[in-house]
Design a protein around this ligand. Structure first.
Ligand code: DGY
Length: 319
């Protein structure tokens, strides 16, 4: 059996595939494979491990209807036309659960980095601009006891809430399509309307999937409903906030700061004004990038691939 991998996965995944006599072809270039290259590379393969935001759309699926299984190297599947895959009987698997803690760590890291202008201050040292101890310049804001607002209280949102409660005793409010009463009991989180979430959050952290409903949800009008000293964190998908509007909201001090692990597009243009703002921290989509989490993701991917190649139900199939 043959598998094409459109990038790198943790070595444990490669070893397990090889131990199962699967022949591997891998995309090794230091750029995302293009849609046409992905179609070409998938010919003659039995399965695809999709690493990165490849468009697994109707066009790809039609050209690659021979695939027995597609395993995503992500929990998010906004890049997949799930209905088209189902229609062609190609199971698509993702990696839920194992990356929740690491991704929440990234959101937490961004929250702290923004609150203390950490990335900007680090850049100042590198530029030789640290001249003396400054007790009154570039002060941050404290997080302790501030209200955490979660947009999308699923597995990752819950992990973020737990960290913020444990570290800073933050009251948690959230907005979802439907209430998560179990999480409310476990966290003492309060369900609020979207408008209330905006009005009451000191830190607003996005943990929802990118869907037609959440695409471009955070526009200038929405930022204007947030507190002027609030921090916006997005470690979910860059398409959920409107980047031009976010830049405007920061430039006009409509909100205090922003931390992003996801951008639109990715990679971000190095000239992007967000990268030189004081109250902004940007990371290159490293939410799940720990050795432990990436190994766990690779093991789930292998399970999905092996089951799919045998024609069995794959254990982590996107719904
Ligand atoms: C995920 O798992 O969805 C990560 O954001 C990587 O795409």
């Amino acid at each position: 059996m043959k598998v094409f991998i459109s990038g790198n996965i943790a070595p444990v995944g490669i070893k397990e595939l090889e131990a199962n006599n699967i022949s591997i072809t891998q995309w090794k270039e230091n750029r995302q494979i293009s849609p046409a290259e992905l179609i070409e590379a998938s010919q003659g393969q039995d399965a695809l491990i999709s690493v990165g935001p490849n468009k697994i759309n109707a066009e790809f699926l039609k050209a690659c209807s021979h695939l027995k299984v597609i395993a995503l190297h992500s929990v998010g599947y906004d890049n997949v036309d799930v209905a088209a895959a189902k229609a062609l009987n190609i199971p698509v698997g993702n990696t839920p659960g194992v990356l929740s803690a690491a991704t929440a760590d990234t959101a937490f890291l961004l929250m702290l980095a923004v609150s203390r202008k950490a990335f900007y201050m680090h850049r100042k040292i590198i530029k030789g601009e640290w001249k003396k101890y400054e007790p009154a310049a570039e002060l941050g804001i404290e997080i302790n006891g501030k209200t955490l607002g979660i947009f999308g209280l699923g597995k990752i949102g819950i992990e973020m809430a737990k960290k913020c409660i444990g570290a800073y005793n933050m009251p948690v409010i959230y907005h979802n399509r439907s209430r998560n009463e179990e999480a409310e009991r476990a966290l003492g989180a309060k369900y609020v309307s979207f408008d209330e979430l905006l009005a009451q959050s000191d830190v607003l952290s996005i943990h929802t999937a990118l869907t037609p409903e959440t695409k471009d949800k955070f526009t200038l009008g929405v930022f204007k409903q947030m507190k002027p000293n609030s921090i916006f964190i997005n470690s979910a998908r860059g398409g959920i906030h409107n980047e031009k509007d976010l830049i405007k909201a920061l430039e006009e001090k409509i909100i205090w700061g922003a931390g992003l692990d996801v951008t639109n597009p990715e990679p971000m243009d190095p000239e992007n004004p967000l990268l030189s703002m004081k109250n902004v921290a940007v990371l290159p989509h490293i939410g799940s990038a720990t050795e432990e989490t990436r190994a766990a993701m690779a093991q789930i991917i292998v399970k999905n691939i092996l089951a799919g190649l045998k024609g069995q139900k794959i254990p982590f199939e996107v719904k």
